[in-house]
Design a protein around this ligand. Structure first.
Ligand code: FMN
Length: 192
């Protein structure tokens, strides 16, 4: 499959369909080597990748619940269970963050976040190319200073995504998805 075809048919696999086996250490290394080849401005290299498997996912689960209860002390049992389960839903979880330099003369923070977003997409697309399923999620924990601090990040840093990765389970919906017609998103400027 060419790169264009690979990207055209890439699609997310909901974390509930991601099962063992997850990617090997060699797979992860190869994918992250591609991720650090994304464009970035000013040699800031803002990307931070936190690789979590069982123990890391369990600890993040505890952090997620703490975070919910700080924000909503009256959260009900269902909300707590949902938040607790969130990081545990796949064999591998990669947190993609941008460690922001806010004093760079040429590369403002938004460009650093964009570059980290590119890295998140490369990670997802490369795992797809290896035959794995993956999905990029955020939600309130991505914007929580408590979660950032627990992961060794500062409040000014950005968690751009939690990338769940695993083998697509037998019950995962088969693709391909219908995609928008690119013509609806394009115009030649200035046109006629
Ligand atoms: C920055 C970002 C954050 C996202 N956060 C969530 C999320 O929290 N929950 C979710 O179900 N999908 C989230 N998505 C969407 C999924 O990753 C996915 O793209 C979407 O379900 C469409 O599926 P597709 O990738 O196959 O087109 C997010 C996507 C992006 C780019």
């Amino acid at each position: 499959m060419t790169l264009v075809e690979r990207l055209r048919v890439r699609e997310s696999t909901s974390a509930k369909y991601l099962v063992d086996p997850g990617p090997s250490d060699d797979d992860i290394h190869a994918v992250l080597a591609a991720a650090v080849a994304v464009p970035e401005h000013g040699a800031v290299r803002p990307w931070r990748f936190l690789v979590l498997r069982e123990e890391g996912q369990r600890r993040l689960s505890t952090v997620f619940v703490d975070d919910l209860l700080r924000d909503q002390p009256d959260a009900d049992a269902a909300a707590i269970a949902k938040r607790r389960a969130a990081p545990l839903r796949s064999p591998l979880l990669i947190v993609v963050a941008a460690e922001i330099r806010d004093d760079h003369p040429k590369a403002p923070p938004v460009e650093q976040v964009v570059s980290a977003g590119l890295a998140a997409y490369v990670i997802q697309a490369c795992f797809a190319d290896m035959g794995y399923g993956a999905v990029w999620v955020t939600g309130p924990p991505a914007y929580s200073d408590h979660v950032k601090d627990s992961l060794g990040l500062a409040p000014k840093d950005a968690i751009v995504g939690f990338i769940h990765v695993g083998t697509r389970g037998a019950d995962a919906p088969p693709g391909p998805k219908r995609r928008p017609d690119p013509a609806n998103h394009v115009r030649v400027w200035p046109g006629d």
